[in-house]
Design a protein around this ligand. Structure first.
Ligand SMILES: [Zn+2]
Ligand SMILES: [Zn+2]
Length: 230
């Protein structure tokens, strides 16, 4: 993943450890008429992210929204500056939003990364198990999939006959400091398996396809963190 990638029509990989900064998660951009970013990297690569978005040639549209899959700093660190620069709306699940809004160094894992996450407003808080977000020319479905953190979400985009799943930290890790819950995580993984996604956009390891590979990826972690494991 050393180059910008169109993962699927209108879905782009614009940030990753190789593309932007070693500590960044994978950052995806969706062209839904409005430009919607999923996660925002760890914070030092905001200008590289903006350059990557500009180089896609999508016109002079600002980023309309950033959807945070959860509150960890490698995923949300770029949000404060991106929000300031673009005026985008920040969207996160209510159970992770507080950690972002108060800049909780443990729950955001900022302490792990030895950085500071400043208190950052979340403009819209997801509160349902399933919630559709509508944009100019398309919509995404946000599913509450707790486990890695209490407010972890997974995002579904159905487009051109394919189902794209943004699963982010399916692989954990799990820690009391994050409020992780393995039993909840197992249930969430069963929900993800039931979606039969064609493409998985993962938070650190890139893109998996077709459906059998997506299933294999998720089942591998379910096996790794099976009921007898802690
Ligand atoms: Zn995480
Ligand atoms: Zn992560």
């Amino acid at each position: 993943m050393n180059h910008l990638q169109e993962v699927h029509e209108g879905v782009y990989l614009v940030g990753s450890p190789n593309l932007t900064a070693p500590e960044d998660c994978c950052v995806y951009l969706l062209d839904l008429g409005d430009l919607v970013m999923i996660d925002a990297g760890a914070g030092k690569s905001v200008f590289a992210l903006l350059e990557n978005v500009a180089s896609l040639g999508l016109g002079h549209r600002p980023i309309a929204a950033i959807v945070a899959t959860h509150c960890h700093v490698d995923h949300v660190g770029g949000i404060p500056l991106l929000r300031e620069r673009t005026g985008c709306q920040v969207i996160a699940h209510e159970r992770d939003a507080m950690a972002m809004e108060i800049g909780d160094s443990q729950k955001t894992a900022a302490a792990w990364y030895n950085v500071i996450y400043p208190p950052t407003p979340v403009d819209y808080k997801l509160s349902e198990v399933r919630e559709v977000l509508k944009f100019e020319k398309g919509e995404i479905l946000c599913l509450h999939t707790p486990g890695h953190t209490p407010g972890s979400i997974s995002i579904i985009l159905d487009h051109n006959g394919k189902r794209v799943l943004f699963g982010q930290d399916i692989h954990g890790p799990f820690a009391d400091a994050f409020g992780s819950d393995l039993a909840a995580w197992r249930k969430s993984m069963e929900v993800l398996l039931g979606l039969k996604a064609d493409i998985l956009c993962e938070g650190h390891f890139g893109v998996y396809r077709p459906e059998e590979e997506v299933e294999r990826y998720i089942r591998n972690y379910l096996h790794m963190y099976g009921k007898d494991k802690k």
